[in-house]
Design a protein around this ligand. Sequence first.
Ligand code: ADP
Ligand code: MG
Length: 702
Amino acid sequence: MADFLKQEIKFLPGVGPKRAELLNRELAVSTFEDLLYYFPYRYVDRSKFTTVRELNAEMQYVQLKGKIVNIETVGERQGKRLIAYFSDDTGVIELVFFQGIKWIKESLKLENTEYIVFGKPSIFNNKINIIHPEIEEAAKQEKKIGSPLQPLYSTTERLKNSFLNSKAVYKLITTLVQSIKTPIAETLPESLIKEYRLLPVHDALVNIHFPGNWDLLQKAQYRLKFEELFYSQLNILKLKKRRITVSNGYVFSKVGDYFNNFYKNNLPFELTNAQKNVIREIRKDLGSGKQMNRLLQGDVGSGKTLVAMMCMLIALDNGYQSCLMVPTEILATQHYNTFVKFLQGLDIHVELLTGSTKKRDRNRIHELLQNGGLHILIGTHALIEDTVQFKNLGFAVIDEQHRFGVAQRAKLWSKSDTAPHVLVMTATPIPRTLQMTAYGDLDVSVINELPPGRKPIETKHYTDALRLKVFGEIRNEIKKGRQVYVVYPLIKESEKMDYKYLEDGVESFLRAFPPPGYVISVVHGQQKNKNKDFSMELFVSGKAHILIATTVIEVGVDVPNATMMVIESAERFGLSQLHQLRGRVGRGAEKSVCILMTKDELGNDTKKRMRTLCETNDGFIIAEVDLELRGPGDIEGTQQSGMPCDLKIANLARDGQLIQYVRGIADKLLDDDPMLEKPENILLKKKLHGMKKDMTNWGDIS
Ligand code: ADP
Ligand code: MG
């Protein structure tokens, strides 16, 4: 039986080589098994009928019962179509056919034949119609037995063009299921099936495609979600447990002079309680003898960088070097300056290494790194080049981790025999369900508190019609001595996308805010580094009133005197990205404002994004809404995380409770049988082994 399901899809009757290639390319279906696991996205209850009077174009699939009262062919050539006027007791609508006109015309019977029509209503010339409905004589359909729940399968434009629509996929799956001779082998241990009252896999797979009734459908869905989430949790937890039991870490046993002197003499403010707690958590990890692998989440401005720096001092107290890797040069430079300022007088050697570091400096840094003269290295991707060798890297920090791929992080490891302790910091809060899945192997710390005195950012949504008002507000802010960011999604005009762009924006801002009264600085990714640095410096030093930029300023840039941000074509950005962007303001003691500019007409999702931002400053709420609107595949970081987020049936936005539940089950099972060696767990071990190979090293990476 196992071999039966492993057959190539082209051998299924009705498929053949051409369709097989399409199915493979469009739906990643290449075997019988893949097809069997291609689940419907929706079900329509075919026992329910709608009346013509109730119809509106917003409805999904509907089913009607009535008669054809007239047929006519209209239009010429491409526009030629057949219109069948369909009536029930409540009204008449048009059924429209562009293809197969001759055949349909001959087969449809007028007069007293009752038909069942199934399709999606649309609107044309203010009248409701249904284009290419399924239509069948009522008498014939009622004779058919089987489930009233009809599955719908999503297919692509390409597939539809080759006549592989939902109905055709359904047919193929019917053929497949009918040729299954012996029950499909169970994929979960009997013990779990019994204890959690799950449907056997065979029944679940049959009912997911051919539900006997709603109740069985629900049971089938539950069983398949359970299995999917259970295996992903088992996999993640097993990796995590292996890291904890097997991989050794450096032991940082003491807190010494570097840390203590900094704390006593250099720290200009009280740490927040959240910061203290996180430092305590990390300290415990560092002394445990196990390699730390921790994710530090905290909203923008919550003081993560400072926490990371203080932990580096612990590393230094124990004789080890540290590094901080960030995604952009601007950010690296800024962090470097912050570190130098904070660590003044402590005799700590910090250096900056980026793509534009001069050869001479580079060589000097390489040498200092190897002889131990350099304590803390800050930089971009340049840090992971092969030529960069540490004497003893003990602690690595990665800021804004969603921009680094797993492979890049892994390279940091190869820099010492024992993997350094790793702290990954992100300001993009990761929803709980993602923490348990894509990031399930990391320990998580949270800074859920902003330093005192911060005022929440007031966010407003204006449409382009209010531009003059926005200019007025900017002028007021500058009059108060403050500075303003203006952010554009594009540098140049795009033919494909109707968004505001920076080049045009610079012109209109220069007109509205002319020199010499106003100074405008411009930063974007296509500038030479020299120019970028110069423009940035102009703004950081307070000489420029307005900084016009692209999202290069998204992460980390810290100018406390900037209290207003205007985001142009805000509809272009995702929710988390907008939140991240506006985090550039609200960094000083003054109240800050963020203005989201959009065009007038917006889709519902965009409206919801704008509303959410205006209503809350809580990054976690925003992350949850983002996940709900976009689905996990699009959330930054999941693609690179190397974990299987392409769940087939479970949904990270909706199945949070089930994830939590199966995580508990997997955890208990592994506590009881860590290597999965008990006879009842052999199946689990085998399945895990077969799961994606490319993720087996994940536990060692981040
Ligand atoms: P994050 O990296 O989380 O965005 P930073 O570490 O850059 O935050 O901190 C943002 C700003 O707040 C910095 O200017 C930093 O010096 C300051 N800061 C950090 N912790 C505190 C604190 N406990 N009290 C006051 N200010 C703080
Ligand atoms: Mg930061």
